[in-house]
Design a binder for this molecule. Structure first.
Ligand code: FEO
Length: 170
């Protein structure tokens, strides 16, 4: 059973996760327009993962006998100055998601909702991994600087990322 307050916060986080998918598809569109299909593909995979995150919240709310509540979100940013700018923007977004997951965990703890805490634990760990992967790409882009060949090598590297369906991961 979910309190009204916790249900509201879970629905808000479901929105954040689905918005993340929308944002990363917008960023994929930017990379496609920059003729960097490998980085665009990496972002598309990220968007698919975010869809599964949103669905996890959908499933938990439903299984906990709560009620889903879909909310509007603003248009994502479509244009970026540079690839580095796009990844910095993404990391900032992940920092926001991490902070909202942490607040959600604090609320679940304050309410003594053990099931919600166990559910949210997966996201706490996931956020560490996501921030690390965005940060690593940022460091690579900083090192690449204005080296066009370096950027093309990164594009080839990031093209290798494949989407792993959630049933195989969690
Ligand atoms: Fe599901 Fe990247 O937060």
């Amino acid at each position: 059973m979910l309190s009204k307050k916790l249900q509201d916060a879970l629905n808000e986080q479901m929105k954040n996760e689905f918005f993340s998918a929308y944002l990363y598809m917008a960023i994929a569109g930017y990379f496609e327009s920059e003729d960097l299909p490998g980085i665009a593909s990496w972002m598309r995979v990220q968007a698919l993962e975010e869809m599964t995150h949103g669905e996890k919240f959908f499933n938990f709310i439903t299984e906990a006998a709560g009620r889903t509540d879909f909310r509007a979100f603003d248009a994502p940013q479509n244009n970026y100055e540079t690839p580095l700018d796009a990844f910095k923007f993404s990391l900032k977004h992940e920092n926001f998601v991490t902070s909202s997951i942490n607040k959600l965990m604090d609320l679940a703890k304050a309410e003594g909702n053990h099931a919600a805490q166990i559910f949210l634990q997966w996201f706490v760990t996931e956020q560490v991994e996501e921030e690390a992967s965005f940060s690593l790409i940022i460091r690579k882009l900083v090192r690449i600087g204005n080296d066009g060949n370096g950027l093309l090598r990164l594009d080839e590297e990031l093209a290798q990322r494949v989407f792993v369906p959630p049933t195989a991961t969690a």
